[in-house]
Design a protein around this ligand. Structure first.
Ligand SMILES: [Cu+2]
Length: 284
């Protein structure tokens, strides 16, 4: 018979005694790699399985195969790994690729049941505002607030994003700019606290090679729009002053000839992303 470990763990040191989720934050409606970190067994016993419950609306959850572990999927409900054993003193990660629901601002709970032979530990308690941290916390994923269109006069900026990159490197920023006004405008400069310098670039194909070239400005036609996108116009973030990590946002201030200055937050997507919510290597 399985015994619940609650009483046993209640007397153990609470520090580090839980299953955690990496990363803790992600963008809504985007493909995200989640790693469930298991840093201990159940009160000394080796881990022989974990079962991860999926939050409502998480229809895509693809576990990464793991040598020595069998995978069981219940679509839309749970993903489980059975195998090991993973000794109590060892550490391991259980990884899946998910598509997060389009519910920006929501905190998603992933109730995890950890099996150690006959013993079970249930990490299933979401935190409750105003109450102490639960003794058996469920791993949580905080979804960023859904990006809203930023406006400057007749200009509306939306779909602002970039890709993960390392400190000291460079990144390309993308955004859609719509001009509902009767007069054309031009993007003339950009800056960001995350980059030493931000240039306006276009991409040109020369033979088989794509090259980037600075442009003086980017026109935004009256009653029209311009889309900065991979393979075309983009913001070039040079000399990154900090790493750009998936799930974060990067503020960039754009200066328009007529509309003036406006700051947008670029949502950081995976390194290979071709579109704001795409999975690396896939087009949607
Ligand atoms: Cu460039």
């Amino acid at each position: 018979m399985k015994k619940l470990l609650a009483l046993l763990l209640a007397t153990a040191t609470p520090a580090a005694a839980h299953v955690t989720l990496d990363p803790a934050e992600a963008q809504p409606a985007s493909y995200t790699r989640l790693a469930f970190r298991v840093g201990h067994g159940c009160g000394g016993a080796a881990t022989t399985g974990i079962e991860v419950g999926l939050p409502r609306g998480m229809t895509v959850a693809r576990p990464m195969p793991k040598p020595g572990w069998e995978i069981a999927i219940e679509p839309g409900a749970s993903v489980a790994w059975r195998g090991g054993p993973l000794p109590d003193a060892w550490y391991d990660e259980f990884v899946m690729m998910v598509r997060t629901p389009d519910r920006g601002g929501e905190a998603l709970a992933f109730p995890v049941t950890q099996h150690c032979g006959e013993t079970v530990a249930a990490w299933t308690q979401p935190p409750v505002a105003g109450e102490p941290r639960p003794r058996f916390p469920a791993p949580m994923l905080q979804l960023a607030q859904a990006p809203v269109a930023v406006t400057a006069g007749p200009l509306a900026l939306s779909n602002a994003w970039t890709r993960a990159a390392g400190q000291g490197g460079q990144g390309a920023g993308f955004v859609t700019i719509r001009n509902s006004g009767a007069e054309a405008d031009r993007l003339v400069a950009a800056s960001s606290p995350a980059a030493t310098r931000v240039e306006l670039h276009t991409s040109l194909r020369e033979g088989d090679v794509m090259r980037m070239r600075p442009v003086e400005n980017i026109p935004v036609p009256a009653g029209g729009s311009v889309t900065l996108a991979p393979g075309g116009l983009h913001l070039m973030l040079l000399g990154l002053t900090r790493p750009l990590a998936v799930g974060q946002t990067v503020p960039v201030t754009l200066r328009f000839e007529r509309a003036g200055q406006v700051t947008v937050n670029l949502a950081v997507q995976a390194a290979g992303a071709r579109a704001p919510t795409s999975m690396p290597g896939h087009r949607h």
